[in-house]
Design a protein around this ligand. Sequence first.
Ligand SMILES: [Zn+2]
Length: 391
Amino acid sequence: MKLSQHDLRQLDDGYLQRLPEAALRALSLTLLADLKEAQERLQQNPNNSSRPPSSRAPWDRPGVDATAASDTDADEDDAVAPSRDATARDDDRAADAAAEPPGAPPSGDPTPPPARPKRKPGKQPGTPGVGRTQVFTAHATEEHRPTACHGCQASLAAAAAVCYTGFQSLDLVWGDPKEPGVRLRVVDHRFFEAGCDACGHHTREQPMQVADDPTLEGVQLREWRLVGPGLATLIVALSLRFRLSRARIHEFLDDWLGVHLSIGTIHQTLHEAAAVVAPVEATLLADIHASGLLHADETSWPQQEQGRWLWVFLTATTTLYVIAGRGKATVTQVLDGFTGWLMSDGWFSYRGYPRRLRCWAHLLRKAQGLVDCYDAGAGPLVTWSAPRWKP
Ligand SMILES: [Zn+2]
């Protein structure tokens, strides 16, 4: 979308009648491109885009998908067996139900309490809002002025402009070898509006914003934000590397940097950072799929919750780390589109891939096992292979 709501409000019949033919043609092309883009978005649905199934209109939703309930091809390591107590309770309920006549109300059980409405996370309706309480002194001011008219494309370099809005950004700046360390830097961003002498249209320079992308799952990426990229990096590190909760991060920033950020701002920063790096993951996967030889291995990952493993997929130029379960699902997902050779150990999750090379180090260990075993049948292998390698 090239034309903002502010632009469209000014475009009317009178304005178009006054516009010279060349400018009118240029504006028509912009309007046509915007219209096509809007129509394509209107026609998007879960069948032809990355929109989630939950975005489907209620009347378009199919019934419960039976295949989803029977899909047991999940990660074996993620499967949790029902506990013994839970199984026993289910058996008791089944026995009680069998003893009562059909249609009779359950005897002895009190009437279940009415279901309480689910409380939505975040600020509740009616709760007074809380704005920012900390005012920073800016180290610098950056002005953002329009350069060309959004109506007739005329230059606005010489036009008088007035500031109509602005925001403050807060960032961490790293020093250099002569002056090491980090420091906070506050910048006042000011956005200007200018009138066009040629056509009278008023154009506003606006903070950049990524168009609504359904794959970002509701996260909006825009320039208008308090937390700069350096400070966002620190917040991500405190959360993922040092395993601090949102409340602990809030406390750390307050105590050590003197920066008071709300829990909501910290939460939003983490989600936006995840959305920003998502395309990088796709690039790494594409590099891996294009390679002819891929090495893979996995190890336990105690920093995460139980059942998570750290996988590494390595080519000559790319290394991809994945934290996931240890089952086949992870390998299947990462290798979807890969046709080269896979070098791995003998873990069963790799065995479904047909073009697989067994790691030489593991083969040597297996051969050493034959050397050490008491099976007389292993003798011929031992006699010819033993001189060829030194375990
Ligand atoms: Zn103009």
